[in-house]
Design a binder for this molecule. Structure first.
Ligand code: CA
Length: 222
């Protein structure tokens, strides 16, 4: 899953990129308001969620958020801020933030809130994603097929997670590359096919359906 982090504090930014990367998220990090606005306006960049600092150089986070919602974007936004007055929190939530975390915060709490927002976005009531006999646990990063644990690499897990997040929807190669990799990563032309191949080898060929010339979607429930 690809997240956009908007944070001007270098230490916090570096620790979040590392900490969230450990959980298999790909984090694109920008450091000011205009860069955030440009990233969010990029139709190719399919962010699953935005972590948005309030106090930013040149354009503050609240203004970035208002612009985003004015364009009718539904991407979940978690605001991160040092401002903990009740009136600030209300202003952030009223402007379209989905959640609010006051600095300093524990990484574990941020991760839990991210999982909650993603779950809500995907209209799931529980943490586990169940697709027939396939059970994906985004908390533990575990996959079980017919009760047996199957080991997936972080990229394989992300690909499965992206396809399962929108059953029935066909994802093009470009969309999957965007979801799994950041702007600065060099991608080999057949990398998505390679990942799909290994996921199918581990979970059965039918788990991912190829729609010729268009892309891929999650297959019938095993
Ligand atoms: Ca800041």
């Amino acid at each position: 899953m690809r997240l956009l982090l908007v944070e001007d504090d270098r230490m916090i930014g570096e620790s979040l990129v590392r900490g969230l990367g450990d959980d298999g998220y790909h984090v694109d990090w920008v450091r000011d308001g205009p860069a955030a606005a440009a990233a969010l306006a990029d139709p190719q960049a399919a962010f699953a969620l935005v972590l948005l600092d309030w106090g930013l150089p040149r354009q503050d986070g609240l203004s970035v958020l208002k612009d985003l919602r004015a364009r009718h974007s539904l991407v979940p936004v978690l605001m991160i801020t040092a401002r903990d007055a009740v009136s600030d929190r209300i202003e952030g939530l009223d402007a379209g933030a989905d959640d609010y975390l006051v600095k300093p915060f524990a990484l574990a709490e941020l991760k839990a809130r991210i999982r909650t927002l993603l779950r809500r976005q995907e209209a799931r009531a529980t943490a586990e994603i169940v697709h027939g006999t396939l059970v994906v646990d985004p908390v533990r990063h575990e996959v079980q097929l017919r009760g047996e644990r199957v080991g997936l690499t972080p990229r394989e897990f992300s690909l499965l997670r992206v396809l399962l997040s929108r059953p029935g929807v066909i994802h093009s190669r470009a969309q999957l590359e965007q979801a799994l990799y950041g702007w600065n990563e060099a991608i080999e032309s057949n990398v998505i096919e390679v990942i799909i191949h290994t996921v199918r080898r581990k979970l059965g060929a039918a788990i991912i359906e190829n729609v010729r010339g268009v892309g891929w979607r999650i297959g019938q429930a095993p």
